[in-house]
Design a protein around this ligand. Structure first.
Ligand code: AMP
Length: 221
């Protein structure tokens, strides 16, 4: 099997896409593009995009496709994705998936794999209700070692709870995921590039499973 370099990580909020994407970026040097992180940064710095996106995000709704697609096109403009990328949180609708296919085909490429990380819903709600994260997007469970306001063990910025990680908004985001994003599984199944991965277990175990479905011999990395 060819070594995959252009990858989408698919999965509900809280399945660990960001953690796995960061590990893939660290291991292979592929660019990690998280639309959620880009949007949170836009909100923090008060850009026009941030102002338009913030109320959707706070309610757990999807930001309109045209805004997201413009943001992604910008990411692909400067050639930084040529040596590979991992998309995390994008695409989330069929329109976005089609636009991504168009964008890649204009560049003479296509996706190598769509890794779908699968975790039962009750586990997702449990994880998100105790998720702490820093400005850089490092994620930790709230426990005796990691408390709200503590410095992030990786970068030192304070650990905080995301505004959209309240139980009510989490439930709504999962509904939105089921309604909007789950249809992408069929979309990518038809293209024969969907790679389901069991998302239960330690992050190292899940990383190994991802390497296997991407065609890397386990133990290689
Ligand atoms: P995430 O960090 O991926 O959970 O994204 C946080 C929020 O950003 C989502 O609940 C949406 O409001 C918005 N968002 C992120 N990515 C997208 C996308 N591809 N399409 C629409 N909205 C998005």
């Amino acid at each position: 099997m060819a070594i995959a370099k252009r990858i989408v990580l698919l999965g509900a909020p809280g399945v660990g896409k960001g953690t796995q994407a960061k590990q893939l970026e660290k291991t292979f040097g592929w660019v990690h593009i998280s639309t959620g992180d880009l949007l949170r940064e836009a909100v923090r710095t008060g850009t026009e995009l941030g102002q338009k996106a913030s109320h959707y995000m706070e309610k757990g709704e999807l930001v309109p496709d045209d805004l997201i697609i413009a943001m992604i096109e910008e990411q692909f403009q400067n050639g930084k994705c040529e040596s590979g990328f991992i998309l995390d949180g994008f695409p989330r609708t069929e329109v976005q998936a089609q636009k991504l296919d168009d964008l890649l085909s204009r560049q003479g490429t296509s996706l190598d794999a769509v890794v779908s990380i699968e975790v039962p819903e009750e586990e997702i709600v449990r994880r998100l209700s105790q998720r702490l994260t820093c400005k850089q997007g490092h994620v930790f469970p709230e426990d005796s070692n990691h408390k709200l306001g503590d410095p992030c063990p990786v970068c030192g910025t304070p650990l905080d709870r995301r505004k959209d990680d309240t139980p009510e908004t989490v439930r709504h985001r999962l509904e939105v995921y089921k309604k909007e994003t789950q249809s992408l599984i069929a979309y990518y199944q038809t293209q024969s590039i969907l790679k389901p991965v069991d998302g239960l277990g330690s992050y190292e175990t899940i990383f190994k499973r991802i390497l296997e479905v991407l065609g890397f011999a386990s133990g290689l990395v």
